[in-house]
Each structure stands twice: as structure tokens, then as C-alpha cells.
Ligand binder design. Structure first.
Ligand SMILES: Cc1cc2nc3c(=O)[nH]c(=O)nc-3n(C[C@H](O)[C@H](O)[C@H](O)COP(=O)(O)OP(=O)(O)OC[C@H]3O[C@@H](n4cnc5c(N)ncnc54)[C@H](O)[C@@H]3O)c2cc1C
Length: 369
């Protein structure tokens, strides 16, 4: 039987949409190509809805998504038995120079106007909160109500829960989107044609590759992010640490995440020696005890970026039955729960819980016919 909806891409975004569609009773098939550089696999999984400086529209989405997290994770645990590593994690921005301190004061003041509280700690007090920090610290801005999750585990749990609800998960690449006149009709994948009245493109950084066969621009490009995983003997790091050149956090699985580069490298998802060297040098400068850590792994992920920094969420203009959820750049994990709900509602012709106008894919130039 043909599905009601085909979802293209099984990163955290496509998996969240598939799960929400399945929960709403839709017959859904998810295709996942297994591309090198899946962003969700490399992600730090920081859910920083409060401490980020974002536009009003993105902030509204982020706060709602963070609000949805606890119930979603509890639901996934109950359905699949998987603990997705959702944890409260205080977060500190570090300053070692005057200008870094000034930037943090600016962040504190701007967020205070939005009623987001934070606490400035001098170097000694920051070291009381995080004893592993180096002595050259000027101070730190503490946000005590942020969270984190294990993104690969979350993605897996979303797919398992969707499958339990009847969704079909296929580990195959979609080769072609089938357009008939002004309507999206389905996809070609793995030698099959799968007809469906609704297709959702959630292929992360690869979403723009369909543009040639569609009457609309999809200006999504890959921005590479590299990270390094290390292991320590003790339980180093109580908080998530952000510095201008590196960020660090302990994952629920017991290793420490050191991230991340932001590089224009096209679709090249290979980790480089230079990035590993720079990340580890910066990490040891902030937390000297990390010099004794052992190397666990390195990964590179391709973040889906858009020209205006906002994701593309909504109907693709000029095509009936076609939607997109891509371009979440550095916030895809944070935004996954709300994206899943909004897109599932949109596709099933229900009223989404938040306005999507700021994220309308039609904001980019429509190609002349
Ligand atoms: C190093 C790093 C750290 C990050 N840290 C954070 C963080 O702390 N917090 C946060 O909120 N965000 C973070 N992000 C960003 C976040 O990971 C991304 O925004 C998010 O993972 C994007 O999810 P996605 O599903 O859109 O893309 P992806 O996870 O890249 O998934 C897209 C999927 O589409 C599949 N695909 C492509 N083409 C096809 C096809 N033809 N057919 C079928 N499938 C296809 C690919 O195989 C891929 O699996 C980080 C990203 C990186 C790289």
C-alpha cells in the first residue's frame, strides 16, 4: 500500500517528523541514505534555548522546542526503553580577556531584557563551580537551566518509536523526486517508485541538491563541523563550557565532547589533523587536566546552513504536496521536537501550533518558469 507521506532524510529532523506523523496515524515511509557527514551523528546535543542570542522568531521556536523535550524523551523511553541522555546541564560562557568579558556582559544585558537570568562569576567563583578550569580565567557567565541530549541515540529512538507505530524505515537513498505537473507525486528510491500525495524533504545539508528538478530555490549549503571525543579517568566537567574557540561537555555515555569547527568545505566530511590539533589545544588551555585524557574518536558533520540563518519550514511554493524542513544549521537538535510537530501538522492539514511565516521557503527567489 502506498504511504500517505514520504520523508526524505533520517537525521534528527526527518526522524522527528516521521515519529510525529506516525503518532498522528499517518502511513509514513522514511528514506535514509546513510551519507557520510550526517550532522546529527556529530552533534554535541546541547539544548540551549535560553542562552543563545537569536532572532525573535527563532527564539520563540527554540523555547517551545525546549519545552517539548521532557515529555518527548519520557514518551520515547516508555515506547522503546531507550534513554536518550536528556539531562539538565548548567552552561558557562568563559572569558579570559577584557573583550571576551565585555561580550559576555552584552549577552547578559540583552538576555536580561528577555527575562533570561544569568549570573556573572569572577574567576575564583567560576572555579568553585567547575574546579577543572585553568587559572587564567577572568570570569564566566552561568546559565543554570540549559539541557543536553545524545543526538545519535535520540535519532535512533525516534525511528524505533515511529516503526513501532507502523512507519516504514528504509535505509536507501532517494534518487529522484517525482514531479507531475504542479504536484509532487512520490520518489524513486532503490529501484522502486513510491507514490505518495505528500513528500517532505528533510535531507539536511543535501536538501539543496534537489533544486535542479524543482521549480523553486532550496538555498541550503553544507558547513562542516568537526569534533573530538576524549575519555578521562575521573568525572571531569560538571557544566557545559563555551569559550570563543572551543566548547566542552561530558556526555551521558561518559566521554567528553570537544567541539567544534565551522568550515566552508563543501560536501567533504573528512576530519582533518589541523582541526583535531586546534580543538584539543584550545580544550587543554581551558581545562588543563584534559592533557591526560585518552583519545576516543573524531567526527565531522555537515550542518545545513541557509543565507539568512533561519531554517526552511513549510510548503515548497509552486508544488502541491511538497514540504521542506531543512537548514537548521547549529540548532537542529534544539529545534527537532517542535519541527517534528509543526511539519506533521502542516502536512496533515492541521493548524501548526506556532506561525511559520518567518521560515517560509518562499522567501527565497522563485525561479522563473
Ligand atoms: C559538530 C556539530 C555540532 C553540533 N552541535 C549542536 C548542538 O549542540 N545543538 C544543536 O541544536 N545542534 C547542533 N548541531 C547542529 C545539528 O546537528 C543539525 O542542525 C541537525 O543535526 C540537522 O539535522 P538534519 O536531520 O536536518 O540533518 P542531518 O542530520 O545531516 O540528516 C540529513 C540526512 O539526510 C540524509 N539524506 C541526504 N540525501 C538523501 C537522499 N537522497 N535520500 C535519503 N536520505 C538522504 C543523509 O544521509 C542524512 O542522514 C551540530 C552540528 C555539528 C556538525
Amino acid at each position: 500500500m502506498s504511504p500517505d507521506v514520504v520523508v526524505v532524510g533520517g537525521g534528527v529532523i526527518g526522524s522527528s517528523i516521521t515519529y510525529q506523523l506516525a503518532r498522528r496515524g499517518a502511513r509514513v515511509t522514511l528514506f535514509e541514505a546513510g551519507s557520510d557527514g550526517q550532522a546529527s551523528l556529530a552533534s554535541a546535543g546541547v539544548i540551549a534555548a535560553l542562552s543563545e542570542l537569536a532572532s525573535d522568531a527563532l527564539r520563540e521556536l527554540a523555547v517551545e522546542s525546549a519545552r517539548l523535550y521532557p515529555a518527548l524523551c519520557a514518551d520515547l523511553q516508555e515506547r522503546t526503553g531507550i534513554d536518550v541522555g536528556y539531562r539538565a546541564s548548567p552552561l558557562m560562557y568563559l572569558a579570559t580577556t577584557d573583550s571576551e568579558q565585555r561580550a559576555l556582559m552584552h549577552r547578559r544585558d540583552r538576555l536580561a531584557r528577555l527575562r533570561v537570568g544569568s549570573t556573572w562569576l569572577d574567576g575564583a567563583r567560576a572555579q568553585e563551580v567547575e574546579p577543572s578550569l585553568a587559572d587564567d580565567l577572568r570570569g564566566a557567565l552561568l546559565f543554570s537551566r540549559e539541557h543536553q541530549v545524545s543526538t545519535p541515540t535520540l535519532t535512533l529512538a525516534l525511528q524505533r518509536a515511529a516503526a513501532d507505530l507502523g512507519a516504514t524505515i528504509r535505509s536507501e537513498a532517494v534518487d529522484r523526486l517525482l514531479v507531475q505537473g504542479e504536484r509532487m507525486a512520490g520518489v524513486d528510491a532503490g529501484g522502486d517508485t513510491v507514490w505518495a500525495p505528500e513528500v517532505v524533504v528533510a535531507a539536511g545539508a543535501w536538501s539543496g541538491r534537489w533544486a535542479q528538478s524543482l521549480p523553486v530555490e532550496i538555498p541550503v549549503r553544507p558547513v562542516r563541523g568537526q569534533m573530538v571525543g576524549v575519555k578521562t579517568a575521573g568525572s571531569l566537567l560538571r557544566t557545559i563550557l563555551f569559550a570563543p574557540d572551543v566548547y566542552l561537555l561530558r556526555k551521558a555515555e561518559g566521554w567528553i565532547y570537544v567541539g567544534a569547527t565551522v568550515e566552508e568545505a563543501g560536501f567533504d566530511a573528512r576530519p582533518t589533523v589541523e582541526a583535531v590539533r586546534d580543538l584539543l589545544t584550545a580544550a587543554v588551555r581551558r581545562v588543563p587536566a584534559l592533557a591526560k585524557a585518552t583519545f576516543a574518536h573524531t567526527r565531522a558533520g555537515l550542518r545545513p546552513a541557509t543565507p539568512d540563518g533561519l531554517p526552511l519550514l513549510g510548503r515548497l511554493p509552486g508544488l502541491v504536496g511538497a514540504s521542506i524542513a531543512a537548514g537548521h544549521f547549529r540548532e537542529g537538535v534544539l529545534l527537532a521536537p517542535v519541527t517534528g510537530e509543526l511539519i506533521a501538522d502542516l502536512v496533515l492539514h492541521r493548524r501548526p501550533r506556532l506561525p511559520l511565516d518567518a521560515f517560509d521557503p518562499a522567501r527565497f527567489v522563485i525561479r522563473a518558469a
